[in-house]
Design a protein around this ligand. Sequence first.
Ligand code: S3P
Length: 159
Amino acid sequence: MIYLIGFMGSGKSTVASKLAQKLQCSYIEMDESIEKQEGLTIPEMFTQQGEDYFRKKEREFLRNTKGEAVVSTGGGVILSPENREILRRGTAVYLHADWETIVDRLKNDTSRPLWSGDEAEKKQRFEDRLPLYKETAHHVVVVDDKAPAVIAEEIAARL
Ligand code: S3P
């Protein structure tokens, strides 16, 4: 399993889909799969069931997903020690985007429940997670300003 990890807006889904095409294997988008399974969008899940419910579904999904695929994870997947262990059993690739890049990419985004609150709160979330992405990753790829196809190429060359 190849897992792409990284903060919201780092481009995990686009890159994962390109990488899967390149490697001729399946592509799994975790958030989309959980949304389908639950019949709710992520924002609906957060509002109606709460974040803990979503995190539980996220852990279950990761635990039960086996085989060979490129998996695009949600930005908070690394918060759980159990998840970090599963990610480490496969190949975990961290897509690192700088804070300024994330802010720019998500400036009009209203679809992410945890891209909320004031700027300081968002930045704190980004900084708190950085060490977790780094400690989990087998490979770190800096994504700022690179096209998704170029990033996929770079990852493929490192596998
Ligand atoms: C989350 C990121 C989202 C989604 C959920 C929580 C997070 O995925 O899983 O809204 O905690 O960072 P993306 O990273 O694809 O936006």
